[in-house]
Design a protein around this ligand. Structure first.
Ligand code: DGL
Length: 259
């Protein structure tokens, strides 16, 4: 058993969608969340830069004594998690676009995936897609411009609606029945997406799966926090903390940190 915190990082506020699932499943775990909003978006950066930023975030979380790191970012997972795992001693949990359940369940044999350029161009994403997409049309779409709007607090603006319509319409033309959200910022767009998608199109987001995997790995490593005290949860952002505060419960401690 360990009372040390779980460390979570993302290029910004998107990974809070993962934090919320982890906190719901493991309500007594202490957590430290880093929002590297200053460097968002990661999605257009080179693999080398994404790795460098992921190392910086990991080392900061390890200096804060974290027992396990959740890379709450598809872009950082698909570009950096292998190197992180081979460099540091703690367990790492990552998130990748959930192509598998979409490919296994599609009736129309067409699935859409919305993710960053960094994720869609990564080797890991291609390996997973090749493994499961046999005979299925996978319509990949880079969500260019979405993350900066979310980081600016614009989940519901006209600009966002226009972008989503542009990105979703070729998928609907291809008759998808599953839309995979391949970026942890995107679950904040589910209400807008539901207005654009016909009823039979299901949205897949892997937040709950990541939380379950976090719990399983903590158990396997004897790292679960067995205390029933209320947890210490801290959010640090190197960007605009108001946007982060806006999407979190007031009870959480959100602070500015230059990292
Ligand atoms: N939330 C991220 C992801 O899951 C990063 C998006 C970005 O910074 O471009 O990919």
């Amino acid at each position: 058993m360990s009372t040390k915190p779980i460390g979570i990082f993302d290029s910004g506020i998107g990974g809070t969608s993962i934090f919320k699932e982890i906190h719901a499943l493991l309500p007594h775990e202490n957590c430290i969340y880093l929002a590297d909003s200053k460097n968002a978006p990661y999605g257009n950066k080179s693999k080398t830069k994404i790795l460098e930023l992921s190392i910086k975030n990991t080392e900061l979380l390890l200096n804060k004594n974290c027992k396990l790191i959740v890379v709450a970012c598809n872009t950082a997972t698909t570009n950096a998690i292998q190197q992180l795992r081979s460099t540091y001693d703690v367990p790492f949990i990552g998130i990748e676009p959930a192509i598998k359940p979409a490919a296994l369940n599609t009736q129309t044999r067409a699935v859409g995936i919305l993710a960053t350029k960094g994720t869609l161009s990564s080797e890991l994403f291609h390996k997973t897609t090749d493994l499961y997409s046999n005979g299925i049309k996978v319509i990949e779409q880079v969500g260019e411009g979405i993350v900066p709007l979310i980081e600016a607090g614009e989940t519901d603006s006209d600009a966002m609606k226009a972008l989503l319509e542009t990105y979703i319409s070729p998928m609907l033309q291809a008759d998808i029945d599953y839309l995979v959200l391949g970026c942890t910022h995107y679950p904040y767009l589910i209400p807008q997406l539901l207005t654009l998608l016909p009823k039979h199109v299901k949205i897949i987001d892997s937040g709950l799966a990541v939380a379950k995997q976090t719990k399983a790995i903590l158990e396997q490593n004897n790292l679960l926090n067995l205390s029933t005290n209320s947890p210490n949860i801290h959010f640090f952002s190197n960007g605009n903390i108001d946007v982060l505060k806006h999407i979190l419960d007031d009870k959480f401690n959100v602070r500015m940190l230059d990292f």
